[in-house]
Design a protein around this ligand. Structure first.
Ligand SMILES: [Zn+2]
Length: 100
Protein backbone atom coordinates (compact mmCIF):
# COMPACT_ATOMS: atom_id res chain seq x y z
CA UNK A 1 0.00 0.00 0.00
CA UNK A 2 1.48 3.32 -0.98
CA UNK A 3 1.56 5.92 1.75
CA UNK A 4 0.61 8.96 -0.22
CA UNK A 5 1.39 11.35 2.61
CA UNK A 6 5.07 10.45 2.53
CA UNK A 7 7.34 13.16 1.19
CA UNK A 8 10.31 12.10 -0.90
CA UNK A 9 12.97 14.79 -1.23
CA UNK A 10 15.59 12.89 -3.15
CA UNK A 11 17.84 15.33 -4.97
CA UNK A 12 18.38 14.68 -8.69
CA UNK A 13 21.45 12.59 -9.35
CA UNK A 14 21.49 11.00 -5.89
CA UNK A 15 22.92 7.48 -5.91
CA UNK A 16 21.22 4.58 -4.14
CA UNK A 17 24.27 4.31 -1.90
CA UNK A 18 24.10 7.95 -0.79
CA UNK A 19 22.99 8.63 2.75
CA UNK A 20 19.31 9.29 3.41
CA UNK A 21 17.79 10.86 6.50
CA UNK A 22 14.35 9.80 7.67
CA UNK A 23 12.12 12.25 9.50
CA UNK A 24 9.08 10.64 11.12
CA UNK A 25 6.15 13.01 11.54
CA UNK A 26 3.23 12.32 13.87
CA UNK A 27 0.12 13.58 12.13
CA UNK A 28 -1.87 14.37 15.29
CA UNK A 29 0.47 17.12 16.50
CA UNK A 30 3.04 17.57 13.75
CA UNK A 31 5.95 16.52 15.98
CA UNK A 32 8.95 15.53 13.87
CA UNK A 33 11.73 13.20 14.97
CA UNK A 34 14.80 12.10 13.07
CA UNK A 35 14.97 8.33 12.93
CA UNK A 36 17.96 6.53 14.44
CA UNK A 37 19.33 4.09 11.85
CA UNK A 38 20.14 1.41 14.47
CA UNK A 39 19.68 -2.11 13.16
CA UNK A 40 17.37 -1.10 10.36
CA UNK A 41 18.32 -1.00 6.67
CA UNK A 42 17.28 2.57 6.48
CA UNK A 43 20.06 5.02 5.91
CA UNK A 44 20.73 5.05 2.19
CA UNK A 45 18.44 5.76 -0.73
CA UNK A 46 18.23 2.08 -1.60
CA UNK A 47 15.93 1.85 1.43
CA UNK A 48 13.36 4.28 0.07
CA UNK A 49 10.95 1.49 -0.85
CA UNK A 50 11.30 -0.13 2.57
CA UNK A 51 10.08 3.09 4.13
CA UNK A 52 7.31 3.89 1.72
CA UNK A 53 5.97 0.45 0.82
CA UNK A 54 7.85 -2.06 2.95
CA UNK A 55 7.71 -2.93 6.63
CA UNK A 56 8.46 0.61 7.71
CA UNK A 57 5.50 1.92 5.76
CA UNK A 58 3.13 0.73 8.47
CA UNK A 59 2.10 2.78 11.50
CA UNK A 60 2.96 -0.12 13.82
CA UNK A 61 6.64 0.09 12.95
CA UNK A 62 6.72 3.85 12.57
CA UNK A 63 5.22 4.18 16.04
CA UNK A 64 8.09 2.19 17.49
CA UNK A 65 10.76 4.01 15.50
CA UNK A 66 9.22 7.34 16.53
CA UNK A 67 9.50 6.34 20.20
CA UNK A 68 13.03 5.01 19.76
CA UNK A 69 14.14 8.25 18.13
CA UNK A 70 14.21 9.74 21.63
CA UNK A 71 14.38 6.58 23.77
CA UNK A 72 16.57 3.92 22.15
CA UNK A 73 15.52 1.29 24.67
CA UNK A 74 11.80 1.77 24.16
CA UNK A 75 10.47 -1.78 24.13
CA UNK A 76 8.39 -3.20 21.36
CA UNK A 77 4.72 -2.75 22.18
CA UNK A 78 2.91 -5.84 23.31
CA UNK A 79 1.00 -7.83 20.74
CA UNK A 80 -2.42 -6.28 20.25
CA UNK A 81 -1.31 -2.88 21.51
CA UNK A 82 0.27 -1.72 18.28
CA UNK A 83 -2.27 -1.39 15.54
CA UNK A 84 -1.42 -1.31 11.88
CA UNK A 85 -2.48 1.58 9.72
CA UNK A 86 -1.28 4.29 7.42
CA UNK A 87 -2.73 7.48 8.85
CA UNK A 88 -0.90 8.10 12.13
CA UNK A 89 2.55 8.93 10.74
CA UNK A 90 4.20 10.02 7.56
CA UNK A 91 7.86 10.24 6.71
CA UNK A 92 10.05 12.77 4.98
CA UNK A 93 12.96 11.12 3.19
CA UNK A 94 15.75 13.59 2.47
CA UNK A 95 19.47 13.98 2.21
CA UNK A 96 21.05 14.72 5.59
CA UNK A 97 21.03 18.40 6.44
CA UNK A 98 24.48 19.69 7.18
CA UNK A 99 24.95 20.72 10.80
CA UNK A 100 25.14 24.47 11.20
ZN1 LIG B 1 1.62 -2.86 10.84
Amino acid sequence: MTRTRDIIQRPPGTADTDEMQVVIVRVSDGVQRIDRPGWKPCNTWKDEFWWTDGNAGCDCNRRMFFARAVEPNEPEPACGENECGNTEFYVILRSPVAAS
